[in-house]
Design a binder for this molecule. Structure first.
Ligand code: PLP
Length: 473
């Protein structure tokens, strides 16, 4: 039981809010009347709360205007950092969190870290119109819960579209998710236990390493290259290890960050290897629709004849990041995935699914995708040329066949982590190579995204990064 008098309890409550930044310096403090109403306290208690906070120097009374928040004094003894339990630590190193935190604190003017396309490249007006229409046709929609697996029409559309990449997905066994992030989480939760080992490509996108850490999974990295993706020879060695690899996560088409596309022969062999070693294959096809080709490429799912694969994908890069729609087709793990989805977050909200279905079933969707791929091809070329022009001699840049990501290799001796921190100071954000692996081999690599139209401002930012690198020499 809290033995402090009520006014002190409330004062502490507000003091915490001020110290944590929920209530900010210069903002008006809640009025006496509001405090009486919200906390069901008497006038004298509410006044005492304000006096207490004034006494602590965090409130300033302004005549005829009310109380305003002042900059709090720093805590006299900062709390010591929480002890790290080294044995329990199975995931990604601390660098990812500190890089993401540093980015959140900075004021970013040019964002080369964001893998999405610029908002104006998405068909926002069309989707908004479909949303309005859907609401008009379903006036009860916002008062009705959505099915756990998602809208059946959307699942049918996704299954039919998959046929073009020779992939058979059963619409009844698709679950709509909150992006590929939730799909990957569900896939891993369905087939692993905490402490299991999961293999990933190296380098791999940092969000995946975070997911693995959040699920308390151990990670083994398999080298991958920008030309063919995952190295099958290295994978075979790893799978022969006595330590079982419970699952392997691969992005066969436009790997993040390498942009690699696996040849069909590699895809077939990879699927076979995983089946032979009872390692569940999780396919992340987030970028498949952005491959710049008229003929859709095959997925790993196409080569899977033993139901040993879980397929995950997303509309967040291709259609509407704000809608957060993805999907999972989990084959023999479908029932478990559906149960996990239900227990974790219930069905995704219905309005976005209706709007997206209405758009995706028209021929305009394919036309839109073709145009988007063309624009991205041009943006990648412009960005690549700018990097090669402004960065130190002997810098190498990938030439992916689609998407928004370039993987840049600086000459040895340069540090992309240093560039990251110096870039933030001038409002330019890149992602340093270190966060794409648990190991330490990518310190002179960086990922640059080019989802935004190439403008003089972008060129100038690339030139600034080049200058910052030259200062490192
Ligand atoms: C390869 C890959 N998989 C999954 C995700 C997560 O996608 P979503 O935004 O759909 O959750 C990303 C996001 O950048 C990604 O690059």
């Amino acid at each position: 039981m809290n033995t402090l008098p009520l006014y002190r309890q409330l004062a502490n409550h507000y003091l915490d809010a001020i110290r944590s930044g929920t209530l900010k310096t210069g903002e008006r403090f809640p009025s006496i009347r509001l405090m009486m109403e919200k906390h069901a306290v008497s006038l004298s208690t509410a006044v005492q709360v304000c006096r207490e906070l004034e006494g602590q120097g965090v409130l300033e009374a302004r005549p005829r205007s009310g109380n305003y928040i002042r900059q709090p004094e720093p805590l006299p003894h900062p709390l010591p950092p929480a002890p790290q339990d080294v044995d329990a630590y199975v995931g990604i190193h601390q660098q990812v969190s500190s890089v993401l935190k540093a980015s959140q604190r900075a004021t970013i003017k040019v964002n080369f870290a964001n893998p999405y396309c610029a908002a104006q490249l998405y068909p926002l007006k069309t989707l908004q119109d479909h949303m309005v229409k859907a609401l008009r046709q379903n006036p009860q929609l916002l008062g009705t819960t959505a099915p756990t697996s998602g809208n059946l029409e959307l699942r049918n559309i996704l299954a039919r579209r998959a046929l073009t990449s020779k992939t058979h997905l059963n619409a009844e066994k698709i679950v709509i998710t909150n992006g590929a992030t939730e799909a990957l989480n569900l896939a891993l939760r369905a087939v692993t236990q905490p402490g299991d080992t999961v293999a990933v490509e190296s380098p791999t996108f940092h969000g995946l390493l975070q997911i693995l850490e959040s699920l308390n999974l151990r990670v083994r990295e398999v080298p991958a290259t920008a030309d063919y993706g995952i190295n099958l020879f290295a994978l075979e060695q790893l799978l022969r290890d006595p330590e079982p690899i419970r699952a392997l996560i691969v992005m066969p088409n436009l790997q993040n960050p390498l942009g690699s596309i696996m040849p069909d022969s590699h895809k077939a062999r990879l699927v076979q290897l995983c089946a032979e070693h009872a390692t569940v294959l999780i396919e992340d096809d987030t970028y498949g629709d952005l491959v710049d080709t008229e003929q859709p490429l095959s997925t790993l799912k196409y080569w899977d004849h033993s139901d040993n694969l879980i397929y995950c994908a997303s509309l967040n890069k291709t259609l509407a990041p704000g809608m957060r729609l993805g999907w999972i087709s989990a084959g023999r793990w479908h029932d478990r995935v559906e149960m996990l989805k239900h227990s974790q977050s219930r069905g995704c909200e219905a309005l976005s699914q209706l709007a997206v279905s209405a758009f995706m079933k028209t021929p305009s969707y394919e036309r839109y995708l073709r145009r988007l791929r063309k624009i991205l091809t041009q943006q990648r070329q412009q960005m690549r040329t700018a990097i090669l022009r402004h960065f130190p001699q002997d810098t190498c840049v990938t030439e992916p066949r689609g998407g928004t990501l370039l993987w840049v290799e600086l000459p040895p001796g340069f540090s992309s982590m240093r560039l990251f921190h110096e870039g933030l100071k001038v409002g330019i954000q890149i992602l340093p190579g270190d966060i794409f692996s648990n190991g330490s081999g990518f310190g002179h690599y960086l990922r640059i995204a080019c989802g935004a139209p190439f403008t003089p401002k972008i060129e100038e930012a690339v030139a600034t990064l080049g200058q910052l690198l030259k200062n490192q020499a």
